[in-house]
Design a protein around this ligand. Sequence first.
Ligand SMILES: *[C@@H]1O[C@H](CO)[C@@H](O)[C@H](O)[C@H]1NC(C)=O
Ligand SMILES: *[C@@H]1O[C@H](CO)[C@@H](O)[C@H](O)[C@H]1NC(C)=O
Ligand SMILES: *[C@@H]1O[C@H](CO)[C@@H](O)[C@H](O)[C@H]1NC(C)=O
Ligand SMILES: *[C@@H]1O[C@H](CO)[C@@H](O)[C@H](O)[C@H]1NC(C)=O
Ligand SMILES: *[C@@H]1O[C@H](CO)[C@@H](O)[C@H](O)[C@H]1NC(C)=O
Ligand SMILES: *[C@@H]1O[C@H](CO)[C@@H](O)[C@H](O)[C@H]1NC(C)=O
Ligand SMILES: *[C@@H]1O[C@H](CO)[C@@H](O)[C@H](O)[C@H]1NC(C)=O
Ligand SMILES: *[C@@H]1O[C@H](CO)[C@@H](O)[C@H](O)[C@H]1NC(C)=O
Ligand SMILES: *[C@@H]1O[C@H](CO)[C@@H](O)[C@H](O)[C@H]1NC(C)=O
Length: 669
Amino acid sequence: MITSFNPFSLSIVFVSILSFLNLTTPATGANDLFHFCANSTFSANSLYQTGINSLLSSLSSNATRNLEFYNTTTNRNTSNPVYGLYLCRGDVTSEVCRGCVAEATKDLTTRCSREKIAVIWYGECMLRYSNESIFSTVIVRPRVALLNTQNITNQDQLNKLVNTSMTSLARKASDVPIGVKKFRTEEVNISAFQTLYNLVQCTPDLSSTDCNLCLQTAIIRLPICCGGKQGARVLLPSCNVRYELYRFYNTTEAPSPSPGLQSLPPPPSVSGQEGKSKLSTATVVAIVAPIFIVVVLFIVGCCFLTRRGKKNNNVAEEADAANDITTVESLQFDFVTIESATNKFSEDNKLGEGGFGQVYKGTFPNRQEIAVKRLSKSSGQGAEQFKNEVVVVAQLQHRNLARLLGFCLEGEEKILVYEFVPNKSLDYILYDPKKKGLLDWSRRYKIIDGIARGIQYLHQDSRLRIIHRDLKASNILLDADMNPKISDFGMARIFGVDQTQGNTSRIVGTYGYMSPEYAMHGEFSVKSDVYSFGVLVLEIISGKKNSDFYESEGAEDLLSYAWIHWRDGRPLELLDPILGDSFSRDEVMRCIHMGLLCVQEDPAERPTVETIVLTLNSGSVTLPSPQQPAFFLKTDTYMPRKGLESDQSTRQSIPLSVNEASITELHPR
Ligand SMILES: *[C@@H]1O[C@H](CO)[C@@H](O)[C@H](O)[C@H]1NC(C)=O
Ligand SMILES: *[C@@H]1O[C@H](CO)[C@@H](O)[C@H](O)[C@H]1NC(C)=O
Ligand SMILES: *[C@@H]1O[C@H](CO)[C@@H](O)[C@H](O)[C@H]1NC(C)=O
Ligand SMILES: *[C@@H]1O[C@H](CO)[C@@H](O)[C@H](O)[C@H]1NC(C)=O
Ligand SMILES: *[C@@H]1O[C@H](CO)[C@@H](O)[C@H](O)[C@H]1NC(C)=O
Ligand SMILES: *[C@@H]1O[C@H](CO)[C@@H](O)[C@H](O)[C@H]1NC(C)=O
Ligand SMILES: *[C@@H]1O[C@H](CO)[C@@H](O)[C@H](O)[C@H]1NC(C)=O
Ligand SMILES: *[C@@H]1O[C@H](CO)[C@@H](O)[C@H](O)[C@H]1NC(C)=O
Ligand SMILES: *[C@@H]1O[C@H](CO)[C@@H](O)[C@H](O)[C@H]1NC(C)=O
């Protein structure tokens, strides 16, 4: 969000008023609240793919039978079974349920197109599948917390009330046999003016004990993620809980409140008259005032959504609003915590130094390992702005992106906390004569594919269009299984760099990876990232660094070297000798061909990242022939041979220019 007013509170107020007037539209076409894809990818047209396709179609066709829960298995009796289920919120109409499931099946095919395990949550339904049986089993990971950023005045009282009322509601919801709907809502008076609305739900295939266990796991998270907030939800694969200060569910099917809670005294028979008239006065005010506000907000809301240029400008989409409400508080760490995790930023814990500041390894008391980036103090960004941008960047989650876990802001200190990625960065392994042997061809191919997927997410799939602007081997981190994770995306936002689009006088990439139009004219686009990707591909194939290329065979740089080999019909000689004979000729040829196309001088001749991902995953894409690539490196003025900063490798770095190296650009969509 880069708007100056606070859209979070606005959208939530908006939604709450709309739902008060019962104008909430069904969330068909809504964006998902959150989705999660995991585990090793399968290949296109494989048996697993067929299984997922028929699973999704069976789930969505069964949703038309007015079932709110359905589980099924495809590829039974094969080595690749697929288990899947959906669950609709207990109060929604079958029409809403059907629409939501249809949306989920559609979204999953694009959002988790190659992962074996997937979960997607919407306001009205949840759908997931896996290669391992997920039926009658409590699964509490991954979990997602969403909150309304508005504080409530009496925080302690609300926290206690949420805890006690939710705990008792969970018990009631789970206290039914296996196979029976496990859904409850309840209203609890906070004061004469405020009411707390609670909702809990498990998948009905759980036993009563398991359901209660799952709900308790979720309820414990509420004060941790969202204590004192006006609304929050915790979503787990097997269950979810939510509370708000407005009615966000349809009451028709909600069970009558139990007398177990002090909250609902029976309507007083004597003072009934009085109560009624008071109520109606309140109702008149409550209806007139919101109508006025609705009109105003509708206009503001429309402008706001139009500005964002969203596909679905369905204003009342709760899912959409909630999506904007990811937790500032849950991302914030105390300075003391970070200091002790890094042993007071000790030299021993130092991993490296980049253009933005120093990077340390840290360990939390629960043994979780982190990478801590202590930003140099010159950032011009104000605290609020910084926080907002961190929240936005932290929402960019993909298996091929290094995950931003949170931040710390105290006095002058600005610190970013990332997941720790154990195998340092690609340059550290690829260019080390001893270590490079670890990267056999299939690993290299997977790394290329993973980087392409990470870029695709940044360019196309995330809610913001992001141009990385500084893709290079030292920004590709490798996890324990050598899966690549792109780092340093989103730094333009966090660091408060001028976000002018398309053209900038501030060149912030790394020489050797920058496209000619960017290096010379400051023009950047998704195609300048594609260029850097092409350089990376050729480096991964050859095991040679573009910026440290020794002159050989008349070529001054890796690109011309690759081109000469390709033109002369001996492209395989480009291959890193350490690979010996164990490689797939097809894959290598495809990568060299594509790498050369990516570094074409004319950006229009470079493929899109979509084509790249498709090419890597199916042998049948026809690519045009590459022409001679851009040779701008010939001019020494454009070749400072610098820019080796790396996040989690031990290399020392030389920033291009003070405070400007390694910057990512984000474009709001
Ligand atoms: C992915 O598979 C590995 C190996 O079977 C397993 O250990 C891991 O838990 C799986 N991840 C998820 C999210 O299920
Ligand atoms: C429901 O799912 C089953 C398999 O799980 C499938 O055979 C059936 O065609 C689906 N659709 C309907 C409408 O029942
Ligand atoms: C649905 O789940 C139950 C266990 O809860 C399992 O016994 C049954 O086989 C599943 N149905 C299908 C079609 O997989
Ligand atoms: C799977 O195999 C079992 C026995 O091995 C058989 O009873 C069942 O009908 C088979 N199911 C399908 C869908 O082929
Ligand atoms: C709530 O109930 C109304 C009236 O029955 C219905 O039109 C609306 O779609 C329902 N909303 C949801 C989310 O199910
Ligand atoms: C599911 O997939 C993961 C990752 O490929 C694999 O490790 C695991 O063994 C698979 N589980 C089953 C039951 O096949
Ligand atoms: C919300 O409450 C927390 C403490 O509980 C406080 O630090 C924060 O500043 C408050 N935020 C607003 C917007 O009032
Ligand atoms: C929540 O309530 C339960 C009992 O209802 C209690 O045991 C627990 O300590 C409470 N937790 C918090 C954080 O207040
Ligand atoms: C909440 O308070 C209102 C007014 O004070 C009262 O009419 C209503 O019955 C109460 N509801 C519950 C659930 O206690």
